[in-house]
Design a protein around this ligand. Structure first.
Ligand SMILES: *[C@@H]1O[C@H](CO)[C@@H](O)[C@H](O)[C@H]1NC(C)=O
Length: 284
């Protein structure tokens, strides 16, 4: 009798132990009321100073910044490895956000007031173009399949004509009536704009018509599941190694998020709290 009880207790203890780690991770990353779960953690190149991230044709496309280190690469999300398709920005150019419209990759640059149109298949440069923002800078980019949608580090988001780069309209991002500055990487997800905010671990869900913030997804816990940043020695790099990069995978409805110089891309199931039932029901 005594022995049976002992065996039972140790089996229970074992079971509890083997699930404890998983539960702990789920608890750490679950952030009610909106909430999200880490579904998977994928490798990320620790040299990538991520400025743009998106899914296209089942592949991740990533753009990076810093002079001389800026490129656009096609990456297998599961391995974090480049497929070999790559565009290198000119050495004096700091790359920024990217998006794909039709068979063209559009790429912003930071302070050169210049963008690049690149063939999606060959990664060959088609043309460069000029663009204008209030700050004179290019930060994040996405598309609603009609316009190129651009952030410039302020609270303004521009909708540009894809051919002429003429401004069609603009919105100001506001949360409870207050402008939110430092809007960075953008991702258009089913009629909403998702945005990183520079130097924060918040992702905003923004109404693309009014600019109102519908929800703030607080993701501060993700950085503790990432281990590269604590190894960075130079202080400026450490400070700049912030969360940036949002990609929506339409094949599984998951968000993939990362940061500059992070060693991980987090695949998230986002349980959205508010008024988008088609996003809230996850079947993937
Ligand atoms: C990571 O990025 C660096 C810098 O661009 C590059 O030299 C290296 O080949 C990349 N590694 C992989 C595995 O893609």
């Amino acid at each position: 009798m005594g022995i049976t009880v002992l065996v039972l207790v140790s089996i229970c203890a074992l079971a509890a132990e083997s699930f404890a780690g998983f539960d702990a991770i789920q608890r750490r990353v679950y952030a009610p009321p909106g909430g999200f779960y880490v579904v998977n953690i994928h490798p990320h190149n620790v040299s990538s100073f991520t400025e743009g991230l998106l899914f296209d044709r089942g592949m991740l496309l990533e753009s990076t910044g810093l002079d001389g280190q800026s490129y656009i690469r096609e990456i297998d999300a599961r391995t974090g490895l480049s497929t070999g398709k790559e565009f290198k920005f000119p050495p004096d150019i700091f790359g920024e956000g990217i998006t794909v419209l039709g068979n063209t990759i559009y790429a912003l640059t930071y302070q050169a007031k210049k963008g690049f149109a690149i063939n999606r298949d060959s990664f060959k440069l088609l043309r460069s173009f000029d663009f204008e923002t209030n700050t004179g800078e290019g930060w994040g980019m996405t598309t609603d399949q009609t316009h190129l949608i651009v952030s410039d580090g302020s609270s303004t988001i521009y909708f540009f004509d894809q051919k002429s780069m003429a401004k069609v309209r603009e919105i100001t991002v506001t949360n409870n009536g207050q402008p939110v500055i430092n809007i960075n990487e953008l991702e258009y997800v089913r009629d909403e704009l998702f945005a990183n905010v520079w130097l924060t671990t918040n992702i905003l869900r923004i109404d693309p018509i009014s600019g109102n913030v519908k929800e703030v997804l607080k993701m501060e816990r993700l950085q503790y599941l990432e281990s590269n940043v604590e190894n960075i020695r130079e202080s400026w790099r450490k400070v700049d190694a912030v969360m940036n990069g949002i990609a929506f995978n339409p094949e599984n409805n998951h968000l993939y998020v990362t940061g500059k110089l992070w060693d991980a891309v987090f695949e998230l199931q986002v349980a959205l709290a508010s008024d988008t039932p088609h996003v809230r029901t996850f079947d993937g």
